[in-house]
Design a protein around this ligand. Sequence first.
Ligand code: ATP
Length: 348
Amino acid sequence: MTPHRIAVLPGDGIGPDVIAEALKVLRAVEDRMARPCEFTEYSVGAGEFLRGGDPMPRETFERIRTHDAILLGAMGLPDVRWPSGQEMAPQLDLREDLQLYCGLRPIRLYHAADSPLKKYAAGEIDFAIVRESTEGMFSSRKETYAPDAASVTDRLTITRLGSERVIRSAFREASRRKGLVALVDKANVLPSMSYFRRIFDEVGEEYPEIRKEKVYVDAAALYLVQRPHTFDVMVTENLFGDILSDLAAGIVGGMGMAPSGDIGDRHAVFQPSHGSAPDIAGRGIANPIAAILSVAMMLEWLCEWDACAAIRGAVEQVLAAPENRTPDLGGRLTTEEMGGLISSALRR
Ligand code: ATP
């Protein structure tokens, strides 16, 4: 039987620790999968830059792109920067080079105790942010400026092609969920955003069965705290999506609980929404659940639905016991212990 060929990029900081647990969990569900998995590990990130002078060598990229799916830990370290001061971010290069335009960030509250918003029970906060991941406010990120420049301008690029494809992804995602898409923009101020809104209206006509709403990004930040249960799918520009995803992670327990998938027409990268978390790296206390739930997303994308559902069920089951928490959620478990509990729940 042809295996799923998975490229594994553990990366920097807490990346390798959470990926080790995610792979442990993946092995625990392999017997529920139609096809086995075959893993190949690649060194990419700030650590690779320190070793060889390039955070993602071209030949590594060419090999990575031949895989069925890519599982990534986290990349970048605060002390390893380009001369411009920017951190190494090969994960952003992958999104652009492989055209992974749909940044899917599901936000689900697994246990009432883990939300700072006290009125929500498990499952009552359950929505997804679809972040455009190839253009928007990140368009000019590789440009440089002269040290004596009198001003620096970043560009927010919205293209018809880029918008249509990500908005369609949001409508398709809503058709698998509660059937509501919220466009999040700043169309009252920015011309690029009023263009994005026009394209949303046009594409929306293809999906008459999906309910639609429009929210300015500043109001969206407010509503995510006041009434997150009213959202189903939110679709937005790259930087707005970046910021709102962290806010949204915060209402369900923090970055350690937020998985993500960067999905294109042919390739996809799955990774926890968090970064390399240098403040806790090397201490063995990172929460591996975001990485484990990213593996569940990867299995869903590979059409391994039973294995995907089993992982989500095991996470829910483990978190049902209040003592099963890593320090970010107020507990005392190590990364390895949390991964072990979830794998054991799957093997039972
Ligand atoms: P980015 O690379 O996206 O800019 P960052 O390095 O600024 O990210 P993160 O790495 O996401 O920030 O971390 C933000 C905060 O969340 C840190 O205090 C970090 O310790 C915490 N954090 C992130 N991921 C986890 C995790 N898996 N477990 C526990 N805490 C985490």
